[in-house]
Design a protein around this ligand. Structure first.
Ligand code: AMP
Length: 113
């Protein structure tokens, strides 16, 4: 198994896991870009948004639900946060395992949309 995030999901590689739900793992980003920077991933390998199948819809929806739950636990839900999925080279995707970035804990000054 060569995928880094598959190895984190299975516990083979350590990470600061903040949440484990059925089929979903969330852990702190190793190079945080905000005071709170958590990655939420499906345990099952999906290359990215472009590789998502219709049968993955519930699982991918769960990533957002888990992110909102973590935001509440981290105390950033009230002030707000950003959820980001990078897909492909132009977006800067560096790990080819679908992941949702949860960013917050202070103003995020670089709106893209
Ligand atoms: P992306 O650029 O959207 O593909 O995001 C990949 C993210 O994974 C980056 O923000 C990295 O800092 C993060 N990352 C890479 N390796 C690890 C690791 N071993 N543990 C936690 N986060 C990681």
């Amino acid at each position: 198994m060569s995928c880094l995030f598959c190895q984190i999901a299975s516990g083979e590689i350590s990470a600061i896991v903040v949440h484990k739900a059925e089929g979903v793992t969330a852990f702190r980003d190793i190079a945080p870009q905000a005071s709170t920077h958590v990655l939420i991933i499906p345990d099952r390998h999906i290359d990215g948004a472009d590789a998502m199948a219709a049968s993955d819809e519930a699982l991918v929806g769960k990533l957002i639900h888990v992110a909102a739950e973590i935001a509440r636990v981290e105390g950033i839900a009230e002030r707000g946060y950003r959820l980001v999925i990078n897909q492909g080279r132009d977006a800067g995707q560096t790990v080819d395992h679908l992941h949702l970035h949860l960013l917050g804990g202070g103003p995020l000054h670089t709106p893209l949309v």
